[in-house]
Design a protein around this ligand. Sequence first.
Ligand SMILES: Cc1ncc(COP(=O)(O)O)c(C=O)c1O
Length: 356
Amino acid sequence: MKKHNFSAGPCILPQEVLKKASESILNFNNDNLSLIEISHRSTPFVSVMENAKQLVKELLSVPDNYSILFLQGGASLEFLMTPYNFLSIGGKCGYINTGAWSDKAIKEAKKLGETLTIADSSDKNYNYIPKEINVPNDLDYLHYTSNNTIYGTQFKSNPISENILICDMSSDIFSKKIDVEKFGLIYAGAQKNMGPAGTTLVIVNNDLLGNTGRDIPTMLDYQTHIKKDSMFNTPPVFSVYVSMLTLQWLKKNGGVEEIEKINNQKAKLLYDEIDRNSLFVGFANKDDRSTMNVTFNLVNKKNQEEFDLLCFNNGINGLKGHRSVGGYRASLYNALPISSVEHLVNLMQKFEKKHD
Ligand SMILES: Cc1ncc(COP(=O)(O)O)c(C=O)c1O
């Protein structure tokens, strides 16, 4: 049975990428060697790393004074690397708390210095994005999470701030156009729109580094990785390679401008059905709805077992909501075809007819 993969992450990747990735395990570059048994300093792998970086630069129009890094430790390690590299001794930083991931980032920053929560949507279980945020001008940086994977909310524009802007874009990077120049630092775990888990993409403005007065542990210092082109230690070769393939796929399909249009169509299709269908209700505030993670629930929870079975019998995977929200979460990342969203919408309509 064909599977329709709505998993929140790790998540669906393009079929052609998976095919090429699997071939690389047995025979990379027709050299009769596996990608994962050659040196990361060999010419073929160095060229993978260079290509991956070049694709990020092209797809997101990254300016020349920014470095593009492929690191390890997930977005979670960036929660700590951010204050190490941007929070000066005696300085203060600000965070917008829009969910569990922002909250974790705040906890790490607090370990290093004064950390202000500038705005917070925890009063409604994070079902909205705070508006009219009053940001002090004397922060070392302002941090926010562009897309809240668990709750299905997303910033529709960057928060307005005089400070250095830092963003966790783990679950919406490459889904739409962004203006990198507006940010001091962007980071994202690979395992949504970029590739398999194992590497973290970091895009950092070189001009802003080295100013904190801190003695930064070697592996946590962005400058270490910049100097060594993401090869200070052994990089996660497979994850970087598959990310490169996924970015090639994105480029071939028109880049972020084209994928943004398709992502908007997919999200509209599903949100329209949630709003129309009397059996379902959306979780996130309408103005703040994410194009990547659509959170919704059944009006009558008694129907849950039956709807779950219908989904299971029709190849739907990964629709279960996060435990802190409940209900359902359909993740519509770049590689999910619109036909999978149509399939889910058809099932919702079929379910409604049965309960008429
Ligand atoms: C928005 C966001 N930030 C951070 C993380 C944590 O990423 P990692 O597991 O790579 O540490 C996730 C994981 O899903 C996420 O969705």
